[in-house]
Ligand binder design. Structure first.
Ligand code: ADP
Ligand code: MG
Length: 321
């Protein structure tokens, strides 16, 4: 049983009677009624040995633990307000804690996001970090996975595949020169939540998701929840110079199925290109048009000659064997 089937079978019960839950399980955030502005809420856990290696820089880990949650707020177009921190630690290491707190609070400060509570426990395994982040978005206007419409143009921020390449470098699967190696590991360990981009897409994009598990899998969530199909042009997928220097099949695997990019994938009605490009400028991130939403179901990735590519690459799923 995969991660999503597990959630579907045991936890995604039909909506109960709570009128304050505007949107429940299935999107990047839950939406809770909050008057003129809804609350967008998301929780994510990082586990030692699964999401990070034991020797990772604690400041980078503090940054990433919050960043992955802020990324879900960004995907909904929400403005971060506060967060809760639950820590399970095998022992007290004050140097580690000081570094972790520095990385965490530096990102929190950048976004005016306050630590409002949490929980601290002893772990019999490794370190586990759970953060729950709360953001605000104008009532009824959050960006959702379910809003994509045929003819929408599909856009993505930044470049794809670098974080997965960074992980492959740490595992010794690739050897890069010093600087590109440092840069790809930085993309893995210190992702940038695209908060400003998400906020400016409210009222413009029809749908959005953040890319945590790879383009193919995460786009699949949008297509299923929106009841649409998509066609992507491989040549238009933004890739860094480091990625472009690799062989074609490595590029495809990393950019189409690599996780941990934390870029935004969003769909916008046609005819808005200039606005999207200027929003990217304000948000200081490149935006690339990679394809189109179509009627029907399923995803097609075409090469430069318009031929459908074989995309057996799968998105990351915690429980897939
Ligand atoms: P993301 O990658 O944005 O964090 P996921 O794709 O992992 O989101 O999760 C899909 C949806 O399932 C989300 O709405 C999330 O809140 C929900 N979800 C995940 N695990 C559980 C669980 N144990 N109980 C209820 N909902 C869950
Ligand atoms: Mg998400």
């Amino acid at each position: 049983m995969g991660e999503f089937e597990l959630i579907e079978r045991y936890f995604a019960r039909s909506a109960t009677s709570c009128p304050d839950v505007i949107l429940g399980i299935g999107d990047d955030c839950a939406l809770l009624a909050g008057g003129a502005r809804d609350w967008a809420v998301s929780t994510d856990t990082l586990i030692e040995g699964v999401h990070f290696l034991v020797d990772v820089d604690p400041a980078a880990l503090g940054h990433k633990a919050l960043a992955v949650n802020l990324s879900d707020l960004a995907a909904c177009g929400a403005d971060p307000r506060c967060f809760l921190l639950a820590l399970a630690l095998p022992h007290v290491d004050e140097n580690w804690l000081a570094g972790f707190a520095d990385g965490l609070f530096e990102l929190a400060r950048q976004h005016g996001c306050e630590l409002a509570g949490g929980d601290t426990t002893r772990s019999v395994g490794g370190v586990a970090i759970t953060i729950t982040a709360f953001g605000r978005v104008e009532a009824g206007r959050a960006l959702l996975r379910s809003g994509a419409r045929p003819d929408d143009e599909l856009w993505v921020s930044g470049s794809l595949g670098d974080a997965a390449l960074g992980l492959a470098c740490l595992r010794g699967e690739f050897s890069l020169a010093t600087e590109p190696r440092r840069a790809t590991i930085e993309r893995l360990q210190r992702p940038t939540p695209r908060i400003e981009l998400g906020r400016r897409l409210v009222g413009l994009a029809n749908s959005a998701i953040d890319l945590s598990d790879g383009l193919i899998g995460d786009l699949g969530h949008v297509l299923r929840r929106s009841g649409v199909a998509a066609r992507i042009e491989w040549e238009k997928i933004p890739r860094s110079a480091t990625l472009l220097a690799l062989g074609e099949s490595d590029q495809q695997r990393l950019a189409l199925a690599g996780g941990d990019d934390y870029e935004l994938l969003f769909s916008v009605p046609p005819g808005r290109r200039a606005e999207i490009e200027s929003i990217g400028g304000y948000a200081r991130v490149a935006v690339s048009r990679i394809g189109r939403i179509e009627a029907g179901s399923g995803l097609t990735v075409v090469d430069r000659d318009g031929r459908a590519m074989d995309i057996e690459a799968q998105a990351f799923d915690h429980f897939r064997p």
